[in-house]
Design a protein around this ligand. Sequence first.
Ligand SMILES: Cc1cc2nc3c(=O)[nH]c(=O)nc-3n(C[C@H](O)[C@H](O)[C@H](O)COP(=O)(O)O)c2cc1C
Length: 178
Amino acid sequence: MNAIDCIKGRRSIREFTAEPVSHELIEQIVDVARFAPSWKNTQISRYIALEGALKDRVCAECVGEWNAGIIGRAPMLIVQTFVRNRSGFERDGSFTTSKEDRWQNYDAGIAAEAFCLAAHDAGLGTVIMGIFEEDKVASVLSLPEDQGVAALIAIGHPASNPEAPKRKEVSELLQFKS
Ligand SMILES: Cc1cc2nc3c(=O)[nH]c(=O)nc-3n(C[C@H](O)[C@H](O)[C@H](O)COP(=O)(O)O)c2cc1C
């Protein structure tokens, strides 16, 4: 699959077959995602692949009804975390720019897209979920203090093939100035 087909063809998938996702495939996807660019190559994204009881706990305790339905239908849930206080920070702990610590979310977003594109290329479906209770996820997973939760990503073999939601036209998005 070429890059443009991969970017345009990836969809958020919210229905999955019961087939488990092989751990080897997830390793291959993270092997791709680790090539995402990051602030000063700080590579702050981490991936915790949940199945079984821990996935069920995140589903029951940390998200609302809509996302619980998705997670319940997915064989695996990726909790994407990030190492705090590196992306956007100087070595002395001060912020490098006026965006302060927001570069860490930017980096996590780029990495999440790389992850989802690699999954799509491998024939898997994903959906990034931003609506969850961060403190509860951190507690269920006993995350170390130096890590935050960036996003939840449900992943599995797709059981639906949705149309792309409408996109804005290039003319609405782009302007040239001189
Ligand atoms: C940061 C972010 C948070 C999102 N949160 C959710 C979510 O909580 N639940 C959900 O069903 N979809 C969520 N989505 C998926 C979007 O709804 C989806 O990407 C958008 O509608 C475009 O559809 P597409 O991904 O198929 O192109 C999220 C996407 C992003 C990038």
